[in-house]
Design a protein around this ligand. Sequence first.
Ligand code: PRX
Length: 642
Amino acid sequence: MQELSLYPPSPEFSARAHVPDLDAYQALRRRAAEHPEEFWAEMAEKEVHWFEKWHHVFEWHPPFVKWFVGAKTNASYNCLDRHMARRGAKPAILFEGEPGDRRVLTYAELHQHVCRFANALKARGYRAGDRAIIYMPMVPESVVAMLACARLGITHSVVFGGFSAEALKARIQDLDAHLVITADGGWRRGREVRLKDAADEALAGCPGVRDVIVLRRTGGQVRMQEGRDQWWHDFEAGAAPDCPAEPLDAEHPLFVLYTSGTTGKPKGILHTTGGYLTYVTCTMKWVFDLKEDDIYWCTADIGWVTGHSYLVYGPLSAGATCVMYEGAPDYPAWDRWWEIVARYRVTIFYTSPTAIRALLKQGDAWPAKHDLSSLRLLGSVGEPINPAAWEWYHRVIGHGRCPIVDTWWQTETGGILIAPMPGAVPLKPGSATLPMPGIEAEVVDFHGNPVPDGTEGFLVIRRPWPSMLRTIWGDPQRYEQQYFSRIPGIYFTGDAARRDADGYFWILGRVDDVMNVSGHRLSTMEVESALVRHPAVAEAAVVGKPHEITGQAVCCFVTLKQGYEPGDGLAKELRQWVAHEIGAFARPEEIRFTEALPKTRSGKIMRRLLREIVTSHTVTGDVTTLEDMGVITRLASQHDED
Ligand code: PRX
């Protein structure tokens, strides 16, 4: 990542921005650092409706934190009811299905849908403290399901529709959910993604599930299990369109979102209500500079944290009009997104570097076919954006006119922690720039001591912030060990970073065994565990390999059991196997068969060496702990022969 050029905000943009210059930004930061309680209390009062106020702004007993202690609020109320007077007729969701079907839902209509569904859930006995799994396509009903759960205090966990039955089952079981909300299927590249079939396969191993509510989306044939499964339209038939939102504790669990860690078992990241809502609403203004007349489009799926915070809770709490699109960017052709931008006159567009690189590769003619003049701000999330992709995004999509907010954050952080405030902060392509107010980000060494500017180190956050994860569902020990043990009492992000002389952060990638494929987190161990469940596989080691479009791709080194022969057929089968075990997005790019894996004397697989092999095709550095140097040499030379 090279520092190429500096892009200051244009005077026209700054003049209208919520945070119009660097002084205003610095003033916010200073206040948040010097008087955090006052600062966050003021933000919470301004951005969120509370049924009852807190008696403490926060309580920090590392590693556990509570925000707005004693207060009562409701996320669904904040996203809907409080807008009724002023924004009832304003579109909340501009939906476009992949086949071309379109729907507009105003805030008043969304409110009615949510109330009806919540009443049906209530009638069936669901209440605060229950848990629901949502496994749905990108249609407005997925938002309805989330907000209906939030309305009653049912903690939801959305499972990305691209996850397999196996992955879904593990999440239902870990959460001990009694309710599953799904659909017959969704549309992706003209084909039906058959969600109910996958849910059926998962549910065979989940006897605790009492109700399965099925939305009819594609009209495909599904099996309905008597007594357990019900169509969404039957379930809510006759339910009243008015359902008061439960006043919930600020620390009431809003959602659990599973993400990959360094072991084979995904972690259920828990977010609660009041602090989360305060923070995501604030960042809608700070980072996206959201105004009343904006048309906001975040392309993320609701199954990822970006979908939760910046497609549902953040924008709806801030009263935005949001575009929601069901399908693939290249269907029926590579200009589908630009056609949507032009049709709805999108002003703020937020997507991932992987998508930008894929679109860039198709050339400038596709965006040139459409009127993109409504755009005023562009965003990027999920992985480092390389300067070439940044420049293209800026020039070809933004016509040189739109700032790009490169937003660094994580499932665990709930909201954006490092990003430019676009009216205030000059941009440097490839840098997420400066931290948000109240975010004490630092680059430190192994002992937690700050490293000099320009030096690489670990990215940590010194103080708690309102939307920080509260724990790992059912496993507080793992929470402490994962995030607060490397440097005691300080949040460890797992990312390496460098801060430059201007205080700008440059994120360098993960320091643990977590890959980032298309901006999706995937643990090497998760893929390895999937591989060794296959009868032919003896051992597996997985590393991320640099990839032109997806940032990283999954590369697997595999040893086989006696009686199995390496070959293209088996490689194909193993790639398919991983897709079936985890989900299509985890399908390995490459399977390399080998006789042995490089290990330390204590038997640990040396992934560092494998990473070097796939990255540079050579091995350097300290290999003195290697059991068998020959293995490395063979692996390296095998690559050269490929
Ligand atoms: O390595 C960082 C990378 O994505 C990780 C978080 O992944 P996940 O929890 O799936 O959330 C993704 C969406 C928020 C981080 O640890 N990452 C995220 N955003 C950026 C990034 N790397 C560089 N630049 C970013 N803007």
